[in-house]
Design a binder for this molecule. Sequence first.
Ligand code: GCO
Length: 447
Amino acid sequence: MSIIQFPKDMKWGVATASYQIEGAVKEHGRGESIWDTFSKTPGKVVNGDNGDVACDSYHRYQEDIAIMKDLGVDYYRFSVAWPRIFPNGTGEINQEGLNYYHNLVDTLLENGIEPMCTLYHWDLPQALQDKGGWDNRETIEAFVAYAEVMFKQFEGKIKNWITFNEPWCVSFLSNFIGAHAPGFQNLELAMNVAHHLMIAHGKTVIKFRELNTTGQIGYAPNVEWNEPYSNKQEDIDACKRANAWFIEWFFEPVFKGTYPQFMVEWFEKKGARLNIQDGDMEIINQPIDFLGINYYTGSVGRFAEGEGLFDQEKVDKGYQKTDIGWNIYPEGFYNVLCYIKEQYGDVPIYITENGSCYNDEPVNGEVKDEGRLNYLKQHLISLERSMQSGVNIKGYLTWSLLDNFEWAEGYTMRFGIVHVNYRTLERTKKDSFYWYKQTISNNFFEI
Ligand code: GCO
C-alpha cells in the first residue's frame, strides 16, 4: 500500500459548460448559438439530441450547488453562454441573462465555493456566425466587449477567469475536421479561426489588466500526448507534429509571441497559409496568471506516410479504453505536464478538465462506476508524480460534475460523477463522487 499525498494548499473542483448543462435555451431572452443550429441540423449529433433541456441546471442550479457543497470542492468551473448576455452577439445587454449568473455566483459564494468562469465554451451567438464567425475579425471585438461587461459586472465576485476553452476544438475540430459547430472542413479557415481566437484571448487579457480587475486570468487549451513508438527520427518527428498541433500551436504564440515554424511549413505543404497581420503576435503574447490544462487521452504513435494530417499513426498497444473509446493513458498526463514545464516554464497550472466516459446506470439508487474511479486514481497518481517533478500544479478540476450533453455524441456518453436521468432529471451521486469527496477531504488517497 502507498499513500498519494497532495499539498495543503491543493485546490479541488469540478467543471461544466453552459450549453452542456443549462437547457432553458429560449428563456429570459437568450439568443441562439451555433450549437442550437448545429444540433438541430440532421446528422450532426447522435440521435438528433440537442441542449434544449440538457440537465436543466438553469433551473436547478441550487440543487447542483448543494451537491457540490456536499462534495466539498473549492472551485466550480462553469461557462457563461454569450447569447444570454448579448442575444445577438453585440448591441443590447440582456439583463435577465446576467441575473442568472449573478444568482449562480452569489449562491456559490454563500456556500464557500469559488467560481472559475470560462467566457467561451463554444456557444458563439449565431448572429455572429452569420457574419463569418471567428473567421471575421469583428468577432474579436465583439468578444472583448462581452468580456468587459462580465469583468465589470462580476468584479470582486469572480476572481478566476478563463478566456477560451480548448481553442484547438473551436478551430481545428470545428472548422477542419468538421465534427463540431459550425462544422466546416477547411484547413486554412481553421487556422484563421485559431489565430483570431488567440488575438481575442490577448486583447481580453489586456482589457482585464486595464480595468484592474481583481483576480487571475488564463486560458484552457486541451492537450494530448503522443509517445514515439521507437527512437527512429521519423517516429520522433511524426509525434512531434501530432503533439505540436495541440501544444506548440496554441502555447508558443501566448508564451513566446511566435508560431512553431516547422508547423507553419507543414501546413503550407498542405496548402494552408498562416495569415498574420502586423501587431497580432504582440497582442497574443500577454503574460497570463495561470494555465488551464484539459487532458483526457494519448497514445503511442509512429511515422506512417500519408496517414492523417501529419504522416502519423497511433499504435494500439492494447490499451484499456473508456466507453467513448479513448485510450486510458495516465503516463501521457505525466509526460505532457513535464513537457509543458520544460518548454514554457513554471506558470501556475490548474487542471481544468480531466475525466472519463463510463455509461453505468443506477441500480437500487447506486451507480458503481468502477472504471471512472480507477481512471481518476490513475490520473491523480500521474498528477502527484508531476508535482514531485516540479510542475507547478495549483489545482485539479474533474470533468464533469454531471452527466451532460456530450456535443456530437449527444446524451449517449456520460462523463459525470453524478448521474442524470434525462427523463426525470433526477441526480444520483456515483461511487466516483463518494471517492472524490473522501479524497478532497483527506487531501490524500491510499492505493
Ligand atoms: C471540453 C469539453 C467538454 C467535453 C469533455 C469530454 O472542454 O473538452 O469539451 O465539454 O464534454 O471534454 O469530451
